[in-house]
Design a protein around this ligand. Structure first.
Ligand SMILES: C[S@@+](CC[C@H](N)C(=O)[O-])C[C@H]1O[C@@H](n2cnc3c(N)ncnc32)[C@H](O)[C@@H]1O
Length: 1014
């Protein structure tokens, strides 16, 4: 170990993350990881888990907590970026292909080729590069690197070959750092060690040494809301000791699985794969013995397609409910309803290779809806007479006295596993998708077939089997017997189908297969893998068919051949029932069970438990948590889908866990209970960490009230904020889906020491000063980084704004008593709806102060202070547009910051990555009237004047209108001055974007300036 590694040498050093974080680059890396979809390291273990925090983000947080902030921030940043593989040399390793020596010599200016390369034969070679390889005398020359050129030197030269693209584009083309883990960091250690006084050659060594310098031991990281285990896994991979816990056993199980399976040693993996294969073979043998999934001619079932069938109350016919009769676009296969009038029912015949017209006609089935949010209805016609009946009418929906809705569906009992003959909704097999190995044994042939009598017989066999074994298998825990508790998400299966127990969600075939698998799964690993395929079972799997290459490239979707498959249950965060659905056959499901998983050995020591965060039993140095704040995911409800299968007779590894989602202890929502739960959790973490411990709390940036909420929680937990960062964590497609763009706020906290007091008045100055210092520090770093970073800003305005908020929170939460009030008590005081609390008003004040510091250059502070929110918004965002910003989240964040009620009327485009304000001409005469947030504002009047000038209205007329549009124009001279300032500002900002309007702004400025008064 290096002489520089002295225990506790960094005990009180501020952490890097408290001073800086390259959030723009980090956002690009996060996008990259998200876009990798199932290629992400832990995702294949549990793709059903929603709301994973990217590994790269966790890595940044952990390193940011351990690294010290020195008095050379620019160098700190450089070192941090090397560790994150964000530097140019790392991109050489991340690039899909390294350049060949000849390519380098063809491109770069190198004074003396022999300084780097050996050429053979050397005779005809020029001394310097670039080299023109097309010369005939160079045809046979071979070039290779000199042996004594270090890897770092090679990287440096090769880095010059990288395209000079913005960081985001580079990241897009490059691999993720974790994909080239073994090679990407080789060149960094000398620089890292020289800066930090360490002697590391790997992350675990560096992390251990930094831990000793800060805490006297290898750092201990805790995540008490660990979910799928992303943070603990990354912490352990970096070499930290880890404590992970979650209230939900499925979360704890996935975290455990991340360590034991993905992070397991090569030996463990081999053994696991062998055991899995044995399990797969055994279960498939049993299914085959029953003969229920093969047709006796070499074909196996790939999927069974079922639908709900119902008697139409008007025609008296039994009608299968199938919204689309298309089975496959690739095979042009459809299901045809053939009326059997004598029995008032339909036969269903499968036809493949139909015409395009037939396919198109089949896309309209027997369940229709007149649009989103409209009640679906049953639709069929007999002898030319059309019958329509709303599904809600079929179900017999009615309103209770208390306003809740109910219906007349029979509620299924525990002993049921299929509809009873008298039930309204029957279930019917309507097609089978078969598969058979091709002659070469590698691929398969597939075909859709009409349901035959043999198929029906096989259905009955399965049902008889389950009927005989259900009670016994339930008692043994091989098939669920758990009730579905009502809830936001769990109400749907109860309300729409009458299902009351979790096993009702599964067709008999899946009860059989899963029951056998559950019987054989006695180890933790096996339950993790079983859960993986549970996501692909049940009646909640929508039937999907796509054409070849139908999804957009680059969106992570399939771009290859056509596909016909039942979707997974958790493609969204709900428990939606379907009128028709697909059930994968045992063979494809078992193939999925044995599918290979990524390998990423994790080195740190980890303990994983299942308990409420407030009961934590550990002493971590760093807590990295992602609590369910503003989370749209009802983990405690939807995960019961898995718990139902796993809860009985858990393997020894999970035996101490409570196999229940403990809904009442789950933190959720945003009410009093939420705050109480959060405070208890964070108080406990604060108690457990040492005085120099540090916490990073991640949460979704959702509404303006988060700042007050988080300040309250931090205060009451005995913490104080030391920094906050905003990282855009959503993918492009997510950005496109909703108009609300989400990002993640990282709130960095320390223990609050002492009981400092202050007053509201003193706070004003302190906040002002702190925000000023913070904003200056970050803009300063931007300046320093220019040149180093290809002219890109390290921080954009939105980051600086966030840092401004953080600075104000930092000041506020430093104090235990403000104006004589105990802030911890104030923070947990129950709220009255609509009331503005003392804390709210403090935050509002702090945020205002922070916003005031974000004056765009060219507008004097005095004028800025007097502008309305919408004016500030427009001017600020125009400034950002002029510098190339286009993402909608900027507009959303600044609208919030400047308290603009509705920024949409000011926008010409609200596309996620092409957002843009309206120009003066695009505004036309809009936004002048009383309802507008720009009503009677000087900015609006100036834009109006510009519009008129562009349209060649006479100057004197324009001026006359301006004086009318600005109230008090003649009595308050500052209004006129402001008009001149704004016209000047707009002229400069619009110069490159809209030269014509810029010209109009200049003319207006001169008109007002030279106007004769009096
Ligand atoms: C937003 S998720 C964490 C996701 C995680 N960071 C990941 O990357 O997968 C929040 C987690 O908090 C858990 N949770 C909710 N209430 C809890 C409580 N009282 N104690 C511990 N965990 C709780 C939920 O089960 C859920 O797994």
């Amino acid at each position: 170990m290096s002489a520089g590694v002295t225990p506790f040498a960094l005990k009180d050093a501020p952490a890097l993350i408290e001073r800086l974080l390259p959030v723009q680059k980090l956002s690009a890396e996060v996008f990259k990881e998200r876009k990798a979809g199932p290629g992400q390291t832990l995702v294949p273990l549990g793709a059903y888990w929603k709301g994973r925090k990217p590994l790269i983000l966790n890595k940044a947080c952990i390193l940011g907590c351990l690294l010290p902030a020195s008095d050379n921030p620019a160098r700190d940043l450089e070192i941090f970026e090397k560790l994150m593989a964000m530097d140019d040399e790392s991109f050489v390793a991340r690039w899909p292909r390294r350049p060949k020596p000849k390519e380098i010599l063809a491109t770069l200016n190198i004074a003396c080729i022999a300084d780097y390369f050996v050429c053979n034969p050397p005779t005809s070679m020029p001394q310097s590069a670039p080299v023109d390889w097309s010369k005939p005398e160079l045809e046979d020359v071979r070039v290779h690197w000199r042996d004594d050129i270090s890897e770092l030197e090679r990287h440096r030269l090769e880095a010059q070959m990288l395209p000079l693209a913005p960081y985001r584009e580079r990241v897009e083309a490059a691999k993720r750092p974790e994909e080239v883990m073994d090679t990407v960091h080789g060149h960094i250690w000398d620089a890292v060690n020289a800066h930090l006084g360490t002697s590391a050659r790997s992350f675990p060594e560096l992390v251990e040494q930094l831990g000793i310098m800060r805490y006297g031991h290898r750092p201990r990281v805790a995540d008490t809301f660990c979910g799928s285990g992303q943070s603990p896994f990354e912490a352990a991979r970096l070499g930290c000791d880890v404590y992970a816990s979650d209230l939900n056993p499925v979360g704890s199980m996935l975290t455990w699985g991340a360590f034991r399976i993905i992070g397991g040693s090569a030996d463990e993996r081999v053994q696991l794969e062998r055991r899995q294969q044995e399990l797969v073979d055994k279960v498939l043998r049993e299914i085959d013995k029953l003969g229920v999934e093969t047709d006796g001619h070499g074909w196996r079932a790939k999927a069974y397609l079922y639908c709900v069938e119902v008697r139409c109350p008007q025609s008296g016919w039994m009608v299968p409910l199938i919204p689309s009769r298309v089975l496959s676009y690739g095979k042009q296969a459809i299901a045809e309803l053939v009326p059997v009038a004598s029995q008032k029912r339909y036969d269903i015949r499968v036809r493949s290779g139909v015409s395009d017209d037939d396919l198109k006609a089949a896309s309209k089935g027997t369940v229709c809806s007149d649009g989103r949010g409209q009640d679906p209805y049953l639709f069929h016609s007999v002898n030319g007479v059309e019958y329509r009946t709303k599904i809600s009418t079929l179900r017999g929906d009615f309103r209770n006295a208390d306003g809740t809705t109910d219906n007349k569906l029979r509620l299924w009992e525990k002993t049921d596993f299929k509809p009873r003959p008298e039930d309204l909704f029957q279930e019917r097999l309507y097609a089978v998708h078969w598969m058979k190995p091709k002659a070469n044994g590698k691929k398969f042939d597939y075909e859709f077939r009409t349901v035959s009598d043999h198929d029906i017989r096989r259905e009955l066999l399965v049902e008889e089997f389950i009927g005989r074994h259900l009670a016994e298998w339930q008692a043994k825990g091989w098939i669920p017997d758990m009730r579905i508790e009502p809830g936001d998400k769990t109400d749907e299966p109860i309300r729409t189908r009458g299902w009351t127990h979790w096993h009702h969600l599964f067709p008999a075939r899946h009860l059989l297969l899963l029951g056998l698998l559950r019987r054989e799964s006695r180890r933790g690993e096996e339950l993790v893998l079983l859960s993986r395929i549970l996501d692909y079972t049940s009646k909640l799997c929508r039937w999907t068919t796509s054409k070849a290459g139908s999804s957009k490239s680059g969106q992570g979707g399939r771009t290859g051949g056509a596909s016909d498959n039942p979707a997974n249950v958790f493609y969204n965060q709900a428990l939606n029932t379907f009128y028709n659905y697909g059930c994968r056959g045992s063979f494809p499901l078992l193939q999925l069970l044995g599918a290979p998983l990524p390998e990423a050995e994790s080195l740190g020591r980890a303990s994983v438990v299942c308990q409420p965060a407030a009961d934590m039993l550990a002493s971590p140095d760093i807590c990295l948590t992602d609590p369910p704040y503003g989370s749209a995911v009802n983990y405690e409800e939807i995960l019961e889908f898995f718990i139902a299968w796993l809860r009985k007779n858990p393997p020894p590894e999970f035996a101490d866990w409570v196999w229940d989602s403990r809904r009442s202890l789950a933190i959720k929502g945003d009410d009093e209970n939420f705050r109480r739960g959060m405070v208890a959790a964070y108080k406990r973490m604060t108690e457990c960490m040492p005085d120099n411990g540090i916490q990073v709390i991640m949460f979704t940036h959702q509404s303006g009230s988060i700042w007050a909420d988080m300040a309250n929680i931090v205060w009451a937990a005995g913490l104080q904020v030391t920094a906050a960062w905003y990282v855009a964590t959503e993918t492009d497609s997510a950005l496109r889906e909703g108009s609300y763009v989400k990002g993640t706020v990282l709130l960095v906290c320390r223990k609050r020491h002492g009981a400092h007091k202050t007053t509201h008045d003193d706070l004003a100055w302190e906040i002002q000063e702190e925000v000023d210092v913070q904003v200056r520090a970050l803009t300063g770093l931007n300046q320093q980084a220019k040149g180093l970073y290809r002219d890109e800003n390290v921080f954009e305005d939105a980051d600086i704004q966030m840092a401004g908020y953080a600075a104000s929170l930092r000041v506020l939460t430093r104090y235990a008593v403000i104006d004589g009030r105990d802030m911890a008590a104030e923070a947990i005081r129950p709220r009255v709806k609509g009331e503005t609390t003392f804390v709210d008003s403090l935050i509002e004040f702090a945020v205002d102060t922070a916003n005031r510091c974000l004056v765009p250059q060219g507008i004097p502070q005095g004028h800025w202070d007097r502008l309305g929110g919408a004016e500030r918004f427009y001017l600020k965002l125009l400034d950002m547009e002029a510098r190339g910003a286009k993402t909608l989240d900027n507009y959303q964040n600044f609208a919030k910051a400047f308290k603009v009620r509705d920024f949409r009327p000011l926008m010409a485009s609200q596309r996620a990555n092409e957002a843009r304000l309206k120009s003066a001409v695009e505004f036309g005469r809009a936004e002048m009237s009383e309802g507008s947030e720009l009503h009677q504002s000087v900015l609006r009047a100036v834009l109006y004047g510009m519009m008129e000038l562009v349209k060649n209205v006479d100057g004197s007329e324009v001026l006359a209108h301006l004086t009318l549009n600005i109230p008090d124009y003649y009595s308050d001279m500052t209004r006129r001055e402001l008009a001149v300032e704004l016209a000047d500002y707009l002229a400069r900002r619009l110069e490159a974007m809209r030269p014509e309007e810029a010209g109009a702004a200049r003319v207006l400025r001169e008109l007002v300036k030279n106007q004769r008064l009096g």
